[in-house]
Design a protein around this ligand. Structure first.
Ligand code: AVJ
Length: 327
């Protein structure tokens, strides 16, 4: 698709940006423009996301922190591995919530290895440093990569695994893709392996709206950073001040959808693609889906992909669940 040997004025796309280039080209050429939410997490985006997690409006973090702090003993009791195991975490981020569970496990004297996986190398390095400081006796094997790095993580079939997919990351996937992801998890797991997966539950719509349409503008900065990232990595000339952020929760479908809005009619040049893209005034770029679930939806997602639901762990307000599944 991109001939890197060509010595004309098209910028040479370094290999790690090739995927970004292909996907941005695809998304910005569509009738309804979109950019995948996975591109929100460059090093800057990961650091803005940490600020989101500290906002009181963004309740999922506090809910999951509560579950993993107050119910870690019950979670550990339901594991029943009876021998050393791995805890493999996808999208580990800063690991502060997970630390509550790991701390309890270490106190209990159970033998396990923690394998955090994250696409941001910076986030992973920070995580490792914080974990070593907080839990010096923790055995840790960090992996930089996407979810499919889990296939490399499971090198030793004799050791059982607890997979962690926390924070409602599953909510970024439309129904069909969510199901496909879970079925690929299932395929990679061995019988007896467990998956602890976070789901944000449907609740009073204003609570959900305030978590995304936050009054501090942090979620707006998180989304606008996509354009800064494209400017830097694909040598584009987005004028970030000419875009706004809009998001909307539909309590019927359970979907939060986030967008960038072009404030004026404008053209943007992306050097790495050698192409210009036009935006009409008020044209949208869809950036993220954050799906909110009912228990019926959670149970059928588990069932249709072959999992047994062991237990739904809930916070006191019943805003969020960490659901423990078994293959
Ligand atoms: C990390 C995907 C769970 O959708 O709630 C937070 C990301 N986006 N605020 C979510 C996010 C805007 C978050 N997840």
């Amino acid at each position: 698709l991109y001939d890197l040997s060509q010595a004309d004025d098209a910028a040479v796309i370094v290999e790690e940006n090739l995927n970004l280039a292909v996907e941005i080209d695809h998304g910005l050429s569509a009738d309804l423009k979109f950019i995948s939410s996975k591109f929100l997490y460059d090093d800057t985006g990961s650091s803005i996301f940490r600020k989101i997690m500290q906002m009181k409006e963004y309740y999922p973090t506090a809910c999951e922190f509560e579950i993993l702090s107050l119910q870690s003993a019950q979670i550990i009791d339901s594991l029943n591995f009876g021998r050393p195991f791995n805890i493999v975490e996808f999208g580990a981020g800063d690991g502060i919530k997970t630390r509550q569970l790991l701390k309890k496990l270490l106190e209990t004297g159970i033998d396990f290895t923690y394998v955090p996986i994250d696409i941001s190398e910076q986030a992973l390095a920070d995580l490792q440093e914080n974990m070593i400081e907080a839990l010096p006796e923790l055995k840790m094997k960090p992996l930089a990569g996407d979810y499919f790095s889990m296939f490399h993580a499971i090198s030793d079939a004799a050791t059982p695994n607890l997979f962690l997919f926390l924070g409602s990351n599953i909510g970024n996937y439309p129904a069909e893709a969510a199901s496909e992801l879970l079925s690929s998890f299932y395929a990679a797991m061995s019988s007896g392996d467990k998956l602890l997966i976070g789901f944000d539950l449907q609740k009073n719509p204003k609570v959900i709206r305030n978590a995304y349409d936050d009054p501090h503008g942090i979620t707006k900065a998180f989304n606008l950073n996509l354009l800064t990232r494209i400017n830097r990595e694909l040598q584009a000339n987005f004028q970030v001040s000419q875009f706004d952020f809009y998001c909307h929760y539909d309590p019927i479908s359970g979907e939060v959808k986030s967008y960038l809005v072009s404030l004026v009619a404008q053209k943007v040049w992306i050097q790495a693609l050698g192409k210009e893209f036009s935006f009409q005034q008020n044209e949208l770029i869809w950036t993220e889906l954050s799906q909110k679930y009912t228990f019926e939806q959670i149970n059928s997602l588990a069932k249709e992909n072959g999992f047994i639901v062991n237990h739904n762990f809930l916070d006191c307000r019943h805003y969020f669940t960490d659901s423990l599944w078994e293959k």
